[in-house]
Design a protein around this ligand. Structure first.
Ligand code: PMV
Length: 340
């Protein structure tokens, strides 16, 4: 039996994956660029019992250590990924896994990137496979969460469109290169009504899709890469905000349309713009949801966070920052704590 625990940070995309040529094979239309996060992580403990044939088990761990069975939809995705990994490495045996997020699971923050990165790294390690980062990234992507391909690395990561994105992600610069803060402004704690999977599926129905693709493949990605390379926040900020609004414009003009924003989302976007006018430089970006990620430099973070906490409709501000790669420890601590 081998047992491991992996912690993997979530990530926030500066240039987004939105729209897939082939959803099953997770082939994106464009390259994406992200920063791995530090505070918002998923923890996954996994035990592999070689040769055993009873069914795998998927548990969710609470912060007090107790375990409960995961619902069918989540278990289904986990079990498919475990099957894929066993097949890939030609192994047979039983897996028991438990997972939890370090951020409130009700915070409406996408956890599939960190969750499937942690799961893939844990299963690969428990199976005794020695994988390169590139291979881990490709395997994480096959979980169906394309953004998981980027969370297997720390710092700044590009999922390039080389081989139409099938090459997986590559680390550009590690977390020591540039520390940025990400103030995650939570305005909605409900799970989103339309999954990112459906968003990818509908994206090409927007009349603006081709225009976005041209920008995102050309000048916008070039500008974002250059800004990271030169640690130029004044150049990065406008690009990430423009990109996020554009992604949501595609969602809103898809057929049928998808409106992820809540009234408080607009209030936060407005507060960030007004703060800039007062000399506090923060720039907004959003995942497929209503919550706003406000990127800023460390020296601006406290003052900006206080302002954002005061905006009507804000539930909480999670203070995150550039994070490192997944951390692997021996022992299935979540399973042991839960008494399994
Ligand atoms: O990884 P997925 O399939 O959940 O899609 C990610 C979608 C965005 O978070 C909106 C963009 C991104 O690149 O992370």
């Amino acid at each position: 039996m081998s047992s491991v625990t992996v912690e993997s940070g979530s990530n926030i995309a500066f240039i987004k994956y939105w729209g897939a040529r082939d959803l099953e094979r997770v082939v994106p239309f464009n390259a994406s660029l992200s920063m791995t996060l530090d505070t918002c992580r998923s923890i996954c403990s996994l035990e592999f019992r070689e040769g055993e044939t009873t069914a795998d088990e998927v548990w969710l761990a609470a912060s007090d250590g107790s375990l409960r069975r995961a619902d069918e939809a989540f278990s289904g995705r986990v079990l498919r990924q475990l099957d894929r990994l066993r097949d890939h490495f030609g192994k047979s045996g039983r897996m028991v896994m438990a997972t939890r997020n370090t951020f409130p699971s009700s915070a409406g923050i996408a956890s599939s990137a960190s969750g499937f990165s942690a799961l893939t790294v844990a299963a690969t390690s428990a199976l005794g496979a020695d994988c390169s980062g590139a291979e881990l990234s490709r395997l994480a992507m096959l979980s169906g969460s394309g953004s998981a391909s980027r969370s297997v690395f720390g710092g700044y990561v590009e999922w390039s469109d080389r081989d139409e994105g099938q090459a997986g992600a590559e680390p550009l610069r590690d977390e020591s290169w540039w520390t940025l803060h990400d103030l995650i402004v939570v305005v909605d704690t409900e799970p989103k009504e339309v999954s990112s999977r459906d968003g990818h599926r509908r994206a090409t129905s927007s009349p603006y899709f081709e225009q976005r693709l041209r920008d995102v493949r050309g000048r916008r990605m070039r500008a974002a890469l250059r800004a990271v390379e030169e640690r130029d926040f004044a150049a990065l900020g406008p690009v990430i905000e423009e990109e996020a609004i554009d992604m949501h414009l595609i969602a809103m003009s898809s057929s049928p349309p998808i409106f992820y924003w809540k009234p408080a989302t607009l209030a936060v976007l407005d507060a960030v713009r007004r703060a800039r006018g007062d000399g506090l430089a923060g720039w907004s970006t959003l995942d497929a949801g209503a919550n706003v990620h406000v990127l800023c430099e460390p020296q601006t973070s406290d003052a900006l966070a206080s302002r954002l906490e005061a905006v009507d409709g804000v539930v909480e501000v999670i203070r995150d920052r550039t994070g490192g790669p997944p951390v692997v420890r021996q022992g299935a601590e979540l399973l042991e704590r839960g008494g399994l």
